[in-house]
Design a protein around this ligand. Structure first.
Ligand SMILES: *[C@@H]1O[C@H](CO)[C@@H](O)[C@H](O)[C@H]1NC(C)=O
Ligand SMILES: *[C@@H]1O[C@H](CO)[C@@H](O)[C@H](O)[C@H]1NC(C)=O
Ligand SMILES: *[C@@H]1O[C@H](CO)[C@@H](O)[C@H](O)[C@H]1NC(C)=O
Ligand SMILES: *[C@@H]1O[C@H](CO)[C@@H](O)[C@H](O)[C@H]1NC(C)=O
Ligand SMILES: *[C@@H]1O[C@H](CO)[C@@H](O)[C@H](O)[C@H]1NC(C)=O
Ligand SMILES: *[C@@H]1O[C@H](CO)[C@@H](O)[C@H](O)[C@H]1NC(C)=O
Ligand SMILES: *[C@@H]1O[C@H](CO)[C@@H](O)[C@H](O)[C@H]1NC(C)=O
Ligand SMILES: *[C@@H]1O[C@H](CO)[C@@H](O)[C@H](O)[C@H]1NC(C)=O
Ligand SMILES: *[C@@H]1O[C@H](CO)[C@@H](O)[C@H](O)[C@H]1NC(C)=O
Ligand SMILES: *[C@@H]1O[C@H](CO)[C@@H](O)[C@H](O)[C@H]1NC(C)=O
Ligand SMILES: *[C@@H]1O[C@H](CO)[C@@H](O)[C@H](O)[C@H]1NC(C)=O
Ligand SMILES: [Ca+2]
Ligand SMILES: [Ca+2]
Length: 395
């Protein structure tokens, strides 16, 4: 289990920029739909290398035994092989969402082709245990949680009773330790992550959430279309993000970045990208996963959703540029914000600029063997199907 690393010193490296204390982030993900979750996890890993965040743990809210090793493969590629991963048991053998098979099919192959040492979801701990351990060990109001998938794991955690890890219940731990929950879903609508899954889990969690709660809506993410370069400028044989893009969307093709948009907010806050949409009120989540905004609602802490303050095209380019960065390469321009800890950083007025971080020790070394055959079979129908499903869902 990785310990929390004191981050005080890091905030001074990027002295020219305010608010560079690292976010302490837990990611809760459905790691087999589209390349959305793998890209979001990659952005978090990259921003960890750029000094902005610590990924404390990754929770799989689906039961695919292939999700934890695939998550570990992405973390390992970016030099973070020891981030704890957890998944609900019993496991299943799914490689794609049974309700939306067109959206997946890469997760098992990712774990096969790229180095990782989890091997199988059964080798990871229970999400309730991991949530409780991470929160119990954290400072008050220090944790940000990003749910970029479903609420199956969170649902079990919030009602968890006191145990040897902590005398507090799940909700009590959250109230004490979690500063903000970031959810990739519409605060008003029929969001994919809530309404196309068992909505009672999300309803219970979100209707009782005791601290700050922010939605990054699907109607925003849908306009942030990117990715044409991911399987062109990056090599799908050596870069896991490029591999997933190549296997699903395809080179030179674009797709919306719902989860990356949410992870960006979870790590950088509003930045120059977002503003809050609401001036008050709270969300209501119905058991069918439909959300409505109650303008007169009085939640225990601020609830809101974000909208774009910069152009969707500019933000899409920024997300893609972050994803195009690979460990060992120079960070260009102003993409990195907060200096890069442990690297030669003589010029704090240009944090990240011209600095080459160390190459992680765990980059793939084995030659790529063959293609993702079951993915390829799906591919001819996949892109059109995604477009149609996205249109039908209104996400
Ligand atoms: C998953 O696949 C393995 C190996 O083929 C098999 O032994 C196991 O029963 C399967 N599990 C489920 C839940 O289908
Ligand atoms: C768990 O991990 C160990 C070490 O990598 C491996 O030997 C073992 O086969 C794994 N268990 C499963 C069920 O994959
Ligand atoms: C949704 O989850 C709730 C709570 O576990 C359960 O009672 C209900 O049967 C589930 N609904 C479906 C359609 O699976
Ligand atoms: C991006 O924003 C522009 C201007 O608002 C809009 O015309 C365009 O449709 C948006 N792109 C997408 C994919 O929604
Ligand atoms: C991508 O598109 C460019 C120009 O549109 C083309 O030159 C290039 O060959 C394409 N690359 C791939 C991998 O399809
Ligand atoms: C708030 O969200 C609605 C969509 O639900 C949008 O029409 C409106 O422009 C947004 N307002 C602001 C200030 O972002
Ligand atoms: C979900 O339930 C709410 C409350 O009963 C209802 O207003 C809404 O129309 C339902 N959503 C769908 C998609 O049926
Ligand atoms: C909205 O919030 C108000 C104030 O808390 C409450 O009285 C009302 O019942 C809520 N509306 C719904 C539909 O839950
Ligand atoms: C940083 O400054 C030190 C001391 O002035 C110098 O020795 C070192 O070469 C500089 N590094 C870079 C990358 O400029
Ligand atoms: C530091 O970076 C800024 C912005 O890129 C640049 O203007 C300045 O010349 C740099 N200073 C040094 C000492 O390199
Ligand atoms: C990229 O996708 C193409 C088409 O599906 C496939 O033939 C090729 O093997 C893939 N490349 C890699 C490295 O996975
Ligand atoms: Ca590992
Ligand atoms: Ca997701």
């Amino acid at each position: 289990m990785r310990l929390l690393i004191p981050t005080l010193a890091l905030a001074t490296i990027g002295g020219a920029l305010a608010n560079c204390a690292r976010k302490q982030l837990i990611i809760d993900t459905d790691f087999y739909n589209l390349p959305d979750d793998s890209n979001a996890l990659a952005i978090a890993n990259i921003l960890e290398l750029w000094g902005e965040v610590n990924i404390l743990g990754v929770i799989s809210d689906i039961r695919s035994r292939f999700a934890p090793p695939a998550i570990d493969a992405v973390n390992t590629y970016y030099g973070h092989p020891n981030i704890p991963v957890a998944i609900l048991k019993p496991l299943d053998n799914s490689t794609r969402d049974p309700n939306f098979p067109q959206l997946g099919g890469w997760v098992d192959i990712l774990a096969e082709k790229f180095p990782e040492d989890v091997n199988d979801g059964s080798n990871t701990t229970d999400p309730v245990t991991l949530y409780r351990t991470l929160l119990a060990g954290a400072g008050d109001q220090s944790i940000t949680i990003a749910v970029i998938g479903f609420f199956d794991a969170m649902y079990k955690f919030v009602d968890s009773p006191p145990d040897a890890i902590s005398p507090l219940t799940g909700f009590e731990l959250i109230k004490k330790k979690v500063v903000e929950l970031v959810v990739q879903a519409d605060g008003s609508g029929n969001p994919f992550n809530l309404a196309y899954h068992n909505g009672t889990f999300a309803a219970h969690v979100l209707n009782n959430w005791p601290t700050k709660l922010t939605f990054v809506p699907g109607y925003v993410g849908r306009t942030i279309v990117m990715g044409a370069k991911l399987a062109v400028e990056l090599d799908p044989k050596t870069n896991p993000i490029s591999f997933v893009w190549n296997a699903t969307i395809g080179p030179n093709k674009t797709n919306p970045a719902w989860d990356p948009a949410a992870i960006y907010y979870a790590i950088r806050g509003l930045d120059d990208v977002y503003h809050y949409n609401k001036t008050g009120g709270s969300v209501i989540v119905y058991p069918n996963g439909t959300t409505r905004w109650n303008a007169t609602g009085t939640p225990p802490a601020t609830q809101n959703w974000v909208d774009l303050s910069i152009s969707n095209v500019t933000f899409a380019e920024r997300l893609e540029d972050i994803l195009l960065w690979e460990p060992g390469h120079t960070v260009s321009g102003s993409l990195a914000r907060c200096g890069i800890p442990g690297w030669s950083s003589n010029n704090s007025s240009a944090p990240g600029s011209g600095i080459t971080p160390p190459t992680p020790t765990n980059t793939p070394t084995e030659p790529f063997m063959g293609s993702a055959s079951n993915v390829v079979l799906q591919k001819s129908v996949m892109f059109g199907a995604i477009v149609m499903i996205v249109a039908a869902l209104g996400i």
